[in-house]
Design a binder for this molecule. Structure first.
Ligand code: AMP
Length: 208
């Protein structure tokens, strides 16, 4: 399955919870790219500038990375994609690869959050490098003893979030009709506390 939504919709938070329930790998293109940047690989060096500016990394770079990942053995019983596909060519490349492999997507969950909430969500977002847990300083506050080690993403600035939101509307939103036509798109209201949203997604997935 796939989680889609604007930056700060809660895809990462929800994906971490859902993969624990369904026991499938969480494949986050953003996490994979950040790891590549940190390691200084060729891919990371190429992606870094785009990511800092909130722009999309070119399709050919991301498509190769994800298709390689979903072909791995641990994806045989399913997988959750978070942050991919983000463009129509990415959705088409994934579709072709999955069709060839005889794999059908069960659901594409669209987490809907109005633009007016996205900047505040991203600017207050912090993640724990030790556990991967994502917090929000106001809405999902971290325990005091770990605050010192939390990380604020370089692209979670107001400026970068504006660019990312624009890219979401111009590049990513066009994949929604693609999955609607296939009859697998499920819309979920992403406003509220994370537990309620997990319940909404789980309810939708139980019907699939
Ligand atoms: P995320 O963690 O999903 O918000 O992704 C962080 C950044 O990584 C994005 O703003 C893009 O620069 C890049 N990125 C992640 N996934 C993709 C993708 N599917 N296509 C292009 N760029 C991506």
């Amino acid at each position: 399955m796939i989680l889609v939504g604007p930056p700060g919709a809660g895809k990462g938070t929800q994906a971490s919870r859902l993969v624990a329930t369904y026991n499938i790998p969480h494949i986050s293109s953003g996490d994979m790219l950040r790891a590549a940047v940190k390691e200084g690989t060729k891919l990371g060096v190429e992606a870094d500038g785009y990511m800092k500016a909130g722009k999309l990394v070119p399709d050919e770079v991301v498509i190769g990375m994800i298709l390689e990942r979903v072909a791995k053995d641990d994806c045989k019983n399913g997988f959750m994609l978070d942050g991919f596909p983000r463009t129509r060519p990415q959705a088409q490349a994934l579709d072709q690869a999955l069709t060839k492999a005889g794999v059908a997507l069960d659901a594409v969950v669209l987490i809907e959050v109005p633009d007016s909430l996205l900047i505040e969500r991203a600017v207050g977002r912090r993640s724990d490098p030790e556990t991967g847990t994502i917090y929000h300083l106001t809405y999902n506050p971290p325990p005091a003893e770990i605050v010192g080690r939390l990380v604020h993403r370089k692209d979670d600035t107001e400026e970068a979030v504006k660019v990312r939101t624009e890219k979401y509307h111009s590049e990513t939103a066009p994949i929604i009709p693609f999955y609607m036509e296939k009859g697998i798109l499920r819309r979920v209201d992403g406003v509220g506390n994370p537990d309620d949203i997990t319940q909404r997604i789980t309810a939708v997935l139980n019907d699939v």
